[in-house]
Write a protein that binds this ligand. Structure first.
Ligand SMILES: [Fe+2]
Ligand SMILES: [Fe+2]
Length: 149
């Protein structure tokens, strides 16, 4: 199965020029969905995940909390777009958002208790999920939304 969004969308330099140790290292090379709002949210998500990947234990809890809050906003934006435009695949996409957010919140509870092991491991798994989610569900959504505008 070939998963790809069209790759002609201009890149945002600030994301692709990141000097952070990349957990998600190819954001400038094919993960654009061709909707500025969603691509911006994704760029911010990538930046947060990559920063968390190299953060000290001291900075880890506030950054993980920031990731949860950002992901809530990110998914809420996509959910509202789906609802507003009566997206036919909304139930599946929304269920996936709910599943991921629930897992992220559960891990954040551990981080708040000073337990980072599961969260550190989770961050190594998150890039693969993000890549698949963007190239499947988010690309399909943006293709639908771009035709509706
Ligand atoms: Fe997304
Ligand atoms: Fe999504």
């Amino acid at each position: 199965m070939v998963l790809s969004c069209e790759s002609s969308f201009p890149q945002f330099g600030s994301f692709s020029e990141s000097k952070e140790l990349p957990l998600i290292d190819d954001f400038g090379r094919g993960l654009w969905v061709h909707m500025v709002e969603i691509d911006t949210l994704h760029g911010e998500f990538v930046s947060l995940v990559n920063t968390l990947g190299t953060s000290s234990d001291e900075m880890f809890p506030p950054l993980f909390q920031e990731l949860v809050v950002h992901t809530e906003g990110h998914f809420d934006f996509e959910n509202k777009q789906m609802q507003r435009k009566r997206y036919p695949l909304m139930a599946t996409h929304r269920a996936e958002h709910d599943r991921v957010l629930s897992e992220m919140r559960r891990i954040n509870d551990e981080v708040k208790r000073g337990e980072f092991e599961a969260a550190r491991y989770y961050l190594t798994e998150l890039p693969a999920w993000f890549r698949l989610h963007v190239l499947s569900m988010d690309c399909a959504l943006s293709n639908f939304l771009n035709k509706k505008i």
